[in-house]
Ligand binder design. Structure first.
Ligand code: URA
Length: 234
């Protein structure tokens, strides 16, 4: 790909704006030599205003989504994109969430600009385990463990039963739930189906990839070996 298009696709500006950046000699190599349209280049060698380029295309990011942010590009509420560098919304292809977390749920959200990776991680067929920690309004019942594990639990308004899920009781009002599907508001509706109510919900891992100690609102790019492990997990 030519330099101008490459930089424009990373969200640095329109083609016209990037043309101006090149003319103004703001695009250089690491050694300070000026880059011109038509020159060969490698991502890591390019500097704009002396700064390295943003993360290259084909990236997977992890974000610690706080409560109150919506996984959308357009909504009246606060958007997850506010937590990422502003240029990221101008990238082509855009970095999109892999699955979603609802506004009131916090925790691990993966994002990518690679459609194939998105499909492979989020595909229901892959059955990648997603782990949530929930605080409940009423004490959890021991029976709920069996009901969640039964593979027969029906959610209101749905025509097929949920796959078996693992419910671990941390204490009377705190549980850990592992699900392999991604139905709309699934965990909240599972507890509604057994007469309880989720007061707070937090995702800690997807396909074995852990949120770890990433601070609320922070993000980072996954290393290639982390992406490979995520894709091979089931
Ligand atoms: N289940 C929910 O209820 N909400 C989420 O955001 C994810 C799983």
């Amino acid at each position: 790909m030519k330099l101008l298009k490459y930089i424009a696709n990373l969200g640095y500006g329109s083609r016209r704006e990037v043309t101006a950046m090149l003319q103004q000699r703001r695009v250089r190599r690491r050694d300070g030599s000026i880059l011109r349209e038509g020159d060969g280049f490698s991502h890591d060698d390019v500097r704009i205003d002396d700064a390295p380029l943003d993360v290259a295309q084909g990236v997977v990011l992890m974000l610690h989504k706080p409560v109150g942010f919506v996984c959308s590009t357009t909504d009246a509420s606060r958007l997850i994109y506010e937590l990422l560098p502003g240029r990221f919304t101008a990238r082509s292809p855009i970095i999109a969430p892999i699955g979603r977390l609802d506004r009131d749920t916090s925790g691990l959200l993966l994002l990518t600009d690679d459609g194939q990776v998105n499909h492979r991680v989020s595909s229901p067929k892959a059955r990648r385990p997603k782990v949530y920690e929930a605080t409940l309004a009423s004490d959890v019942r021991a029976d709920d463990v069996k009901i969640f594990a039964s593979g027969t639990l029906m959610l209101d308004g749905e025509s097929s039963a949920l796959e078996a899920a693992i419910l671990e009781i941390v204490d009377a009002r705190h549980v850990r739930v592992t699900v392999t599907e991604g139905r709309y508001h699934q965990v909240r509706r599972m507890f509604a189906a057994v007469g309880n109510h989720v007061e707070s919900l937090h995702r800690t891992s997807i396909g074995g990839h852990q949120l770890g100690d990433l601070a609320a609102g922070a993000w980072r790019a996954l290393e290639p070996d982390e992406v490979a492990r995520l894709l091979s997990s089931v």
